[in-house]
Design a protein around this ligand. Sequence first.
Ligand code: 5GP
Ligand code: ZN
Length: 137
Amino acid sequence: MRDDNCIFCKIAAGEIPSRVLHEDEQFRVILDLAPVTRGHALILPKNHYANLYELPEDVAADVMKLAKKMAGTMTEKLGCTGFNLLQNNGEIAGQTVKHFHLHLIPRYDEDGQSITMKPTSPSAAELDEVKEIITRA
Ligand code: 5GP
Ligand code: ZN
């Protein structure tokens, strides 16, 4: 379950050095090399899954359990005042490494970062339509 051309497979296997915050049978949690804030880290499954769509359900559940644990530890140790979880799938969504990873991003007062969304104003009919499409059997 690895891709020999994948840099995160190599990092998760310890073949390329990284700063490891946590390791268990399934995952390695490493510091991001280009952090957006102090302590920005990535949860990497040791198996290669390109994205969320390929991630098995049980691994997805374990990722979120580990994210909760890491967020608690990092908040206590770093004294951050907020926390973002970010997970990108596909180039349009900002994914640059095609091996599933969950960003752990500690936030600090006035850290200068903005992980923001731009709300739009669809009509009620448009909202009804998209709800209908997604929930259609
Ligand atoms: P994406 O844009 O795919 O969601 O996030 C990829 C992340 O991986 C980026 O934040 C980037 O800084 C980080 N990254 C890319 N290459 C390496 C590397 O070789 N080592 C580490 N520790 N982080 C990396
Ligand atoms: Zn990989």
